[in-house]
Ligand binder design. Sequence first.
Ligand code: HMG
Ligand code: NAI
Length: 424
Amino acid sequence: MAVNSRIADFRNMSVGDRRKAVAASTGLDAQLFSQLDADAFGPEDAANLSENIFGVFSLPLGAATNFTINGTDVLVPMATEEASVIAAASNAARMARPHGGFFTSSTEPVMQAQIQLINVADPQAARTRVLERQAEIIDLANAQDPKLVEVGGGVKGLEVRLVEARTTTYVLVHLLVDVRDAMGANAVNTMAEAVSGTVAAIAGGDALLRILTNKADRRLSRARAVFDRELLGGDQVIDNILHAYELAAADPYRAATHNKGIMNGISAVVLATGNDTRAVEAGAHSHALVDGRYSSLSTFERNADGDLVGTLEMPMPVGLVGGATKVHPAARAALQIAEVATAQDLAEMIVAAGLAQNLAALRVLATEGVQRGHMSLHAKNLAASAGANTEETAIIVDRLVEEKAFRFDRVQSILDELRSGVAR
Ligand SMILES: CC(C)(COP(=O)([O-])OP(=O)([O-])OC[C@H]1O[C@@H](n2cnc3c(N)ncnc32)[C@H](O)[C@@H]1OP(=O)([O-])[O-])[C@@H](O)C(=O)NCCC(=O)NCCSC(=O)C[C@@](C)(O)CC(=O)[O-]
Ligand SMILES: NC(=O)C1=CN([C@@H]2O[C@H](COP(=O)(O)OP(=O)(O)OC[C@H]3O[C@@H](n4cnc5c(N)ncnc54)[C@H](O)[C@@H]3O)[C@@H](O)[C@H]2O)C=CC1
């Protein structure tokens, strides 16, 4: 069934009504949402994922609305503790809708494992010896994961790099592995360990590290969107957004924050779907280094029609199998809501969410500043941290927004007033 990602008044619904609306929009059975209840993933289940477990740490899970990706409406599941992130992604997606939403593509899902060889007497010759016998090494690696080969993946190539370190030259053998619908770390690590003895014997040295690289630059996903000039607020706003982007492209101090805004969207979808946030973050930040300088992951330009075009291309090592994706009930539910058929579909959805998040932040930074939108949503958090109940929270949030005073001391004084029955 075709999803409608523009759900009227979604933000003001109760949790129960939101569940019904998502079920109606996606055609999924409402029963799915029981997987998101607090008792669906208890400490006993959690103990299958990690160690020394005595509890479960919960986070908000929601969906960004308004997304169209490659002509199809989708709801984007996001798990985040930060206020205004899901609202901001939905807001930017709304501004891309008149121009078809997000258009995405990907490379093949190729991860790389590195085998570090030490004590090699003749690194140049060792490189060619390894390349001469690559077919044998590839066959041995593929034999470790018949399932991966069966589904169309496996080792697709081998490269040898010589890395000049302080005291010696290391021979680095890279296995290039198509990991299909897996994130792939365990798959490629297993292969690297299995072939390392053979590789070391061929090279004439000793194998030391045998591990994937998180600089996943052979596994890129891209998103592009045109954001509507009128919905953005006009030409001056676009000029200001372009200045904001130019600064991120030129200045590492600004680029770090700009990219953090992108990662607000990226990490939220990665986490919601049970994927490895650290692997994605490491890949992202290593990709942000351009000609030796840390820079913006995204680009922005004005197109011939005067609208704003944004692009984002970055490594996106995420899977639909492996890791916690199949074990965590909320991740399983999130993947169903996202309606992705392959890991590449998921990777592209994540990059689209990152681009949307980035644009939303740049727009407010280039206009009114981030605090009004962000703090009016963060106000609920302030009230809750002062111990306000639901009824008190609603009153406190209204007062903070009215007074534009998002300070903890003000929250406390309003709460004291309410509890002592003092009228304003
Ligand atoms: C917060 C908004 C969206 C308000 O924006 P607004 O213009 O006040 O919102 P609106 O009431 O006119 O609604 C516009 C759309 O926003 C969405 N929206 C609006 N409110 C809600 C809500 N409560 N719940 C769910 N969705 C909401 C919703 O999609 C809505 O359209 P609709 O779909 O209804 O037709 C805007 O100010 C914004 O986009 N802000 C950016 C916030 C942001 O980036 N937050 C991240 C935290 S700051 C940070 O960590 C990163 C940063 C900023 O440092 C990065 C950087 O420096 O680059
Ligand atoms: N540096 C890093 O990023 C590291 C990350 N990890 C962790 O590794 C985990 C991910 O490893 P994976 O190898 O992805 O998981 P995994 O080893 O649990 O599952 C992947 C396996 O699933 C099988 N499979 C079945 N159907 C498949 C399909 N359609 N496509 C691909 N494979 C299919 C294959 O045999 C494949 O080897 C994550 O939990 C990550 O946190 C582990 C070590 C290091």
